[in-house]
Each structure stands twice: as structure tokens, then as C-alpha cells.
Design a protein around this ligand. Sequence first.
Ligand code: ADP
Length: 224
Amino acid sequence: MQLKEQRRNKRPETFVSHLASGLSEMIEIGLTGGIGSGKSTVAAMFADRGAVVLDSDSVVRELQAPGTPVFAEMVSHWGDRIVQNDGTLDRQELASIVFEDPVELQILNDIVHPAHAIEMEKRRAIYVDTDTILVFDIPLLVEVGRGGFDGVVVVDLEPEKAVERLVSDRGIEEGDARRRMANQATREERIEKADFVVENGGTRADLANEVERCWEWIESLPER
Ligand code: ADP
């Protein structure tokens, strides 16, 4: 409700035209950034401002839970070696299988992607004809070339600083952080696809200011 009021105040003409047609339209934002850039932190800040965040990775994890069709298909292909003692997916083992073998990676994608696309669409559909700001948190947005957003926000951070934060805050081993980064798009490739860059080289307070600037930009976007 608060969000609705804010947007009503910001874009009176657009909103009035939607009132006239009896329809509202959501704003769809793609959010991405390299590992350690601060993407999850920014997603949480958007959620605090009233956005609905659809987290692509957590949807994948839900789809791969024991008992799901995706889990069954994965186990039928790779066998028990990808299942831990507690019956859940052994992500590390799966990662080591697909990491250096493009054929296995393609098989994994073929199993997971269709179910993922259906689930994301199902969650998106809930907000059609509302004036929700929907943020799709997609780590590999640039790598998979996903489009169709009203705007793409990229969280940008110097890779060395990202490694530092991942090691000190999240306890990730340095070599592991660097390997994961090497497997992702470069900083330049990501920025090239951005409609708005959120710079995260400063303090958390600086980041909050950047997010505020970005939120104002999002609210100024014309609805489709
Ligand atoms: P990502 O989701 O892009 O991998 P996170 O949002 O998890 O990145 O951020 C990586 C780490 O850096 C987290 O521990 C987070 O709390 C921390 N962090 C994010 N932004 C800042 C900042 N401006 N200053 C200091 N630490 C930060």
C-alpha cells in the first residue's frame, strides 16, 4: 500500500492512465552481479523498500530437493554419487562433475532449465496486473542472456575487493572464490548489459545511497 502511494505520487500521469483502464502493470527488474559484488545485499535493500524479489538460485535449490521430479531425473542420470548420506543433493559433487565437462553441464541444464522457467513464470504471474516492482535476482543473467526486463541493474565491484569480502565475511576459500569468478562473465561484460550500475566499492552506507538512487530510477521507469 505504501509502495502504491509512493508510485502514485511519483508518476501521476502514468498511474491515472492505468486507473482509467482499470489496470496496473508491474515493473520487472533483472538484478545481477559477480559473486561477492553485493547482489544479495542489494536485493535485500530492494525488498526493504517494498519490491518482491524472486531469487533464481533459491528456486533452483527448491526444484532440486529430494522427492522432486528434477531430483529424481538427476539421480537417475548420475546415480547415488550425487546424493549425500542425509538424502539431499551433494552440490559439491555435482559441481565437480559439470565443472570441466560441457556435455554433463548441458545435461544438467536440460534437466533443470525447463522446470525452472515454469516455476519462475508461475511466481511472476501472481503479480501481473498489479503495480509491484518485481526484482529477478539472477546471478548468471548476463551469461545466459536472459532478457525481457524493464531494466537491468548490475552491482559492480572490483574483483579483488569481492574476493576480500568473500574470504573475510563469508568464509569462502580464496582459490575457490577466484575459480568461481573466472567461470563468470567479466566485469566489463556485465556493465555493458546494465541499464543502471550500482557501485559497491564503498561502505554499506554508500551502498544504501546507491540503492536509493537506483530505486528512484526504477520508479521513474515507464510501465510497459
Ligand atoms: P553476492 O550476493 O553478490 O555474492 P553479498 O551480498 O553476499 O554478495 O556480499 C558479499 C559480502 O560482502 C557479504 O558478506 C556482504 O555482507 C558484504 N558486503 C556487501 N556490501 C558491502 C559493503 N559495501 N561493505 C562491506 N561489506 C559488504
